[in-house]
Ligand binder design. Structure first.
Ligand SMILES: [Zn+2]
Length: 202
């Protein structure tokens, strides 16, 4: 049974009251845009060499090497696959649609591109039917890893404070869910996704 938005809120509220928020990881990242302990923007740095991405050219690509790992991939068909997060999350739904074949966004074939679009629509439909969420937010960064992976994230219904741009930051601050609970919800969405769009679960 999936967790309702009310149960999610009660659990998270209680954990915040006892333990407080998690420490934000991003203030130590080189891309953090503010001076330390302020909201003063940092100066624009000089241009540098474009940094390589992990798995470039399909060499030592974690997404390729784990494409048959059922602890990671919770749905797939001939062209696409859905990965679970490597790290624990706080939100009711976080998943990564990716092509089975190694490549970045502009490397997709017309068939892969069409399937990716259909899949994005079907995953939102399945997730909103199965979970107590209003919609999915869709992001693509991939600046650390070359293998194309969209980010799909959802907040519980009624958590208006979590709307929009800051949802990924809230995900880092709020108490983590048990990985097994997230995976059970992802598996429930995958079963509905097979009904809606084909493919298979592990
Ligand atoms: Zn790859």
């Amino acid at each position: 049974m999936t967790e309702s938005a009310a149960d999610w809120h009660a659990r998270v509220h209680a954990r915040l009251a006892s333990d407080g928020p998690r420490e934000a990881p991003w203030t130590s990242w080189p891309t953090w845009p503010f001076e330390e302990d302020t909201l003063t923007p940092r100066p624009l740095e000089p241009l540098g060499d474009e940094q390589p991405r992990r798995g470039a050219g399909g060499i030592d690509c974690e997404q390729c090497s784990r494409s048959d790992d059922p602890s990671y991939i919770f749905w797939r068909d001939d062209l696409m696959m859905l990965g679970a997060p490597f790290e624990p999350t706080s939100l009711p739904f976080v998943a990564f649609p990716m092509p089975r074949r190694h490549g970045d966004l502009s490397d997709l074939t017309p068939d892969e591109a069409a399937r990716m679009g259909q899949l994005t629509v079907a995953v939102e439909r399945a997730a909103c039917e199965v979970l107590d969420i209003p919609r999915l937010q869709v992001f693509r960064w991939g600046d650390g890893t070359e293998h194309l992976h969209w980010w799909l994230m959802a907040r519980p219904t009624g958590t208006n404070q979590l709307r929009g741009t800051f949802l990924p930051l809230w995900d880092d601050l709020l108490p983590m869910r048990e990985q097994s609970a997230l995976r059970a919800d992802l598996d429930a969405v995958a079963v509905r996704l097979v009904d809606l769009a084909g493919g298979e679960t592990p």
